[in-house]
Structures are given as C-alpha cells and as structure tokens.
Design a protein around this ligand. Structure first.
Ligand SMILES: [Mg+2]
Ligand SMILES: [Zn+2]
Length: 233
C-alpha cells in the first residue's frame, strides 16, 4: 500500500503557491493568462517567480505563519507511517513553502516529497521542475503521474488524495481515490471511482474502516493503466 497526498488545497487549506504569488508577485494577471491558455504551467511559474519582489526572510516567515494546514494532515500521515504505509507528497508547488510547513507540523521526516524547487537567483527567484516530462499532456510543470509510477510496484495498492487540476493525470493510475473540488468533478466526468471528502480526518476514518474490513483492494482499470504506462515509457 502507498499513500500519495497532494499539497496545495489538500494538506494545506489554501493553494499556498497561489497565495505566495498573490502576496509577493503579479498573480491575477499571470494566472489569468495561464487559464486562458497563453502558456503552460512551467512558463507560468517562470514568469510568476520572476515577478516576486520584497521576499525578505521576515516577510516570508510571516506569510508561512498565516497559512493553515488541514487539521487532520499530521494525524493522517502519522497514522499511515504507523501502519507501514509509505507516504509521498506529490505537488506541483514548491519545496520553499512545502518543506517548512510540513516541518512545522512535525511530519517532514515521515514523507517522501516530489515537487518543484524555487531558488533565489540574481533576477529574483528561479523555478526548476525535476519531474517535468513530455510524455504526459497534464496541467503540471512536474508530472504527478510519473512521480507516482516511479515510486510504485505493479502490485501496490495506490491511494491518492487531491483536489485540483494537477492531480487529474495521476488518479487514473490509482486504486483508491479521494477527491474534492475540481478533481472530484474531473473524476466524475471521466468515470473514475472516488470518495468525496471534506477533510483529511474524513480520509483517515474511511481508510481505517477499509483497512479493517479488507476493502483496500486494487482497481482493475488502474492496474491496466499502470501496465500500459510502464510499457510505453
Ligand atoms: Mg491541490
Ligand atoms: Zn502528468
């Protein structure tokens, strides 16, 4: 069994990446252009990172302090670890805020993290996308499908929890899906079975019940999708 958790809007209540660019950069214009299809997510991130100004350590710390995580996040991750279920945070956001926020909840050392990086440079900040791929046409800079396939064996039962556009390419390959927001709508549209949820406490309670009654099982279509993806990569 493996547990994959989205970060923005899932572990964190808000989309912290959007909030970061809204607080320190030119969010409204650039995000509008992204949604209009003017450029892809990676280009959006390059432009947004270049637009960041006045990110002093003090202001950045204050920004982090103002960000809330789902009140069930730490409990879910701690429970999964205790059950021997490896947990991976798969995010198309940035290490720069994800790491300290997970640290603050005391769970950074319990999870593997796949995300983009944001490093200070001479022209503001520079984003990098270690999980970028051309083989998936997803709405991500770092592809979550690949992050997940790289970290799984064919026989694993893969559990996914997410809320947004960047999760859409990954859930097709997962056996048990928890979805809210745009992701839930996208799952319904594509006929991907999923559990709607509100908080990570709901997710933990459903997982605990499923573990007890032995219903955390592979999903045939997910396994076939994994086989196909591995064969074509
Ligand atoms: Mg999200
Ligand atoms: Zn993808």
């Amino acid at each position: 069994m493996r547990l994959f958790l989205d970060f923005d809007g899932t572990i964190a209540t808000n989309d912290v990446g959007d909030e970061l660019f809204r607080t320190f950069g030119d969010f409204e214009r650039l995000h509008g252009e992204l949604l209009r299809g003017d450029y892809n997510v990676a280009e959006y991130y390059r432009r947004s990172a270049a637009s960041l100004t006045d990110v002093t350590d003090e202001r950045f710390d204050a920004f982090l302090t103002s960000q809330d995580l789902d009140s069930g996040a730490a409990a879910l991750i701690t429970w999964a670890t205790r059950e021997g279920i490896p947990t991976v945070v798969v995010s198309d956001g940035f290490d720069r805020y994800i790491e300290p926020l997970l640290q603050r909840e005391g769970v950074r050392s319990l999870v593997d993290l796949a995300c983009n990086t944001l490093t200070p440079s001479s022209e503001g900040f520079r984003p990098e996308f270690p999980g970028a791929t051309e083989s998936c046409s997803c709405f991500c800079a770092s592809c979550k499908r690949n992050a997940l396939l790289m970290r799984s064996a064919m026989d694993d039962v893969m559990i996914y929890v997410g809320d947004g556009r960047s999760d859409a390419c990954a859930v097709e390959f997962c056996d048990v899906v928890f979805a809210k927001g745009i992701l839930a709508a996208s799952c319904t549209e594509r006929g991907i079975p999923h559990h709607p949820y509100r908080t990570l406490t709901d997710v933990m309670m459903i997982l605990q019940a499923k573990l007890r009654d032995g219903s955390l099982r592979p999903r045939r279509q997910a396994r076939l999708a994994r086989q196909r993806a591995v064969a074509t990569e």
